[in-house]
Design a protein around this ligand. Structure first.
Ligand code: KG4
Ligand code: ZN
Length: 373
């Protein structure tokens, strides 16, 4: 992965774009160049601040971003050896996300852009995840994207920058949310995804049969809330039988949960590969998996095998660029700036909800099948 610590000696090519990410519980910034070099890269996790609460507390997150962002920006500029004036654009996550944190990142980015007389690029966080694989590999459009994060679970046809066609999405919980809730109810450490993955390593994935809503149904939608409820009931039953949840019970539940998630993702992916192929044609097509949950090695393996079976090449960013980071925002900003060098989103305000495929977003009731999906 072209992180700045790597000794890539070629002089970077313009444009150079600074990206800022503050939509959830990571304060992050990075500078990238047109030839895909990451010239500086910092991520400050807020895990310690939120872990006593077992989840992200929006007010605490916003305060931490305020406290840390200025220093982080200074560090990123020092690391890149650049001044603000040498950048070509400043990008920041402008949504979707926790609005307090978004305001901190967007205001800081706009101030930096204005001070240096550079354009500000408003980046959709989901577009940051969607395009990261083009920073780390040479992947051309169109590609099939499985976006799996703490707030989202979608299958999309990516036709180009800003051109996304949603094939399916969760009708209730996001997949990362299911990991986080499972971890919390099993008493595992926050953040839940890595804890569940670690506990699952020593577990028996065949001990519990959890429900797989929408399995083998047509279409590409997902559902995870029933799975979460089944995990809770199973944990309660184990605890009742043995007096307390044992280490082995916990590991077996995690392994069985993870296996079920993998089966659900693969099942929906199978339908999506057929739909995508019908849209864009035959031959080897790319599947990109992105978002925090794509950091899970077990799921990556299963998805890779499913991709191969469907005749797709498999691409996932390196682990450090799956979870939220500044490079993905800088890169999406760079792609937008390159497509339209006169871009300037200075008047755009942060938005808690911002679907990638805004025009096509079906608003069904109040669930996540609406704008949040
Ligand atoms: O993309 P991300 O950093 O933030 C959002 O945009 O939501 O994703 C965070 C989510 C969390 O739910 C976290 O538990 C999950 O990604 N996650 C994982 C793993 N690492 C992070 N889920 C499963 N296995 C992992 N190794
Ligand atoms: Zn994210």
């Amino acid at each position: 992965m072209p992180l700045p610590s790597d000794t890539n000696k070629a002089a970077p090519l313009r444009p150079f774009v600074l990206g800022i990410e503050t939509s959830c519980d990571e304060t992050a910034a990075a500078i990238v160049s047109a030839d895909k070099q990451i010239l500086a890269h910092r991520v400050l996790s807020q895990i310690e601040a939120h872990s006593p609460y077992g989840g992200v507390v929006p007010e605490i997150a916003a305060r931490q971003h305020i406290t840390n962002l200025d220093h982080l920006l200074r560090d990123v500029l020092i690391e890149s050896g650049m001044s603000l004036g040498e950048l070509d654009a400043v990008a920041a996550t402008t949504g979707p996300g926790l609005v307090g944190g978004l305001m901190v990142g967007v205001m800081t980015a706009k101030a930096a852009a204005r001070a240096a007389d550079k354009p500000f690029v408003a980046v959709n966080h989901l577009e940051g995840h969607a395009l990261t694989a083009r920073l780390t590999e040479d992947i051309s459009f169109p590609y099939l994207l499985l976006l799996v994060s703490g707030g989202h679970c979608q299958l999309l046809a990516v036709h180009g920058v800003g051109n996304y066609e949603r094939l399916g999405s969760t009708i209730d919980d996001a997949v990362g949310e299911a990991f986080d809730k499972t971890a919390k109810l099993l008493g595992l450490e926050y953040p839940g995804g890595p804890s569940v993955e670690k506990a699952a390593l020593s577990g028996d994935e065949n001990r519990f049969a959890f429900p797989k809503p929408l399995f083998n149904k047509p279409g590409c939608d997902f559902s995870f809330s029933g799975l979460k409820t089944a995990v809770r009931r199973t944990a309660e039953a184990c605890a009742e039988k043995d007096g307390a949840l044992s280490h082995a019970d916990r590991a077996d539940i995690c392994a069985s949960f993870q296996k079920t998630v993998a089966e659900c993702l693969v099942n929906r992916l199978k339908n999506a590969t057929k739909i995508f192929r019908a849209k864009v044609g035959e031959g080897s097509l790319p599947l990109v998996v992105a978002g925090g949950v794509a950091a899970n090695a077990y799921l990556r393996d299963k998805l890779k095998a499913a991709a191969a079976e469907a005749g797709f090449s498999f691409h996932a960013p390196p682990i450090a660029l799956c979870t939220d980071n500044g490079a993905m925002i800088a890169w999406a900003g760079l792609e937008r700036f390159s497509a339209d060098p006169s871009i300037n989103d200075y008047t755009m305000a942060p938005r808690a909800r911002w679907p990638l495929d805004a025009d096509a977003a079906p608003l069904v009731g109040k669930g996540k099948k609406g704008a949040k999906a």
